[in-house]
Design a protein around this ligand. Structure first.
Ligand code: IPE
Ligand code: IPE
Ligand code: MG
Length: 230
């Protein structure tokens, strides 16, 4: 395993919670509860193997289309997670939330702001949680920022757009892992993933464990990345 080429930035689309629950004749929310456990396990493993940055897709700009009860249950899980008092100091993790936090409840927004500022001075892995995140919204938001800042159109570069994205300052995503059997990006990090490697896996997110992550990284290290060169 030590011979692996580690991706600097991994993106994970945490998908398949609903199907996991359905298979067990349980409500979809039970799948989200189990999914939150898989998230903790996976984040832990990323720290242990020395990943520099990981982004978890937790809630998309499109996920508001779901029944209100399901959306509320997901928001409650975020809130519980933030209440847990993470051991981010010991682990030295920098926690960030990417996406438009504006429509979230005030209490949730406060907790997010607190965890973000409490961990901003840490020096370890950067863990982004994408909440109300959409890749198109990310680009739109960046362009609006540039215009508000009075940018001269001729001076706009790929880098200046990148600096206005929610992921500003972080390396582009190298590896995107999508469990659940779906093979699509669903509006996740579309700008940042221009040269990402994709690994689609036939496992539902609540069943995702350290072995799945290791095997995705092994698959990544076998890929020949050319970035348009030869
Ligand atoms: C991912 O699991 C969780 C969120 C999108 C919030 P899903 O809820 O999409 O699970 P499936 O795709 O219906 O199985
Ligand atoms: C993508 O999953 C979003 C998250 C995992 C947060 P979805 O379940 O929303 O994606 P689609 O609808 O299958 O494309
Ligand atoms: Mg899904």
């Amino acid at each position: 395993m030590d011979e692996r080429i580690l991706p600097r930035h991994i993106g994970i689309i945490m998908d398949g919670n609903g199907r996991w629950a359905k298979k067990r004749l349980m409500p979809r929310t039970a799948g989200h509860v189990q999914g939150a456990k898989a998230f903790r396990k996976c984040m832990r493993h990323c720290i242990d193997i020395g990943i520099e940055c990981v982004t978890f897709y937790a809630f998309s700009t499109e996920n508001w289309k779901r029944p209100k009860e399901e959306v509320n249950a997901i928001m409650k899980l975020f809130s519980d997670y933030l209440d847990e008092g993470l051991d981010t100091e010991k682990d030295d993790v920098v926690m960030r939330f990417i996406g438009d936090m504006e429509p979230l409840d005030d209490s949730l927004k406060k907790k997010i702001a607190k965890l973000t500022s409490d961990t901003a001075g840490n020096h370890g892995m950067v863990c982004n949680i994408a909440v109300n995140y959409g890749g198109r919204d990310d680009i739109l938001h960046a362009v609006k920022q540039l215009i508000k800042d009075g940018a001269d159109p001729d001076s706009i570069t790929e880098d200046s757009i990148g600096e206005k994205l929610y992921t500003a300052g972080l390396p582009d995503v190298d590896l995107i892992i999508r469990p659940s059997g779906e093979q699509r990006i669903s509006n996740f990090l579309i700008w940042q993933a221009a040269y990402a490697e994709y690994v689609f896996m036939d496992v539902l997110w609540p069943d995702f464990n350290e072995k799945h992550l290791d095997s995705a990284i092994e698959e990544f290290s076998r890929r020949n990345r050319r970035f348009g060169g030869v």
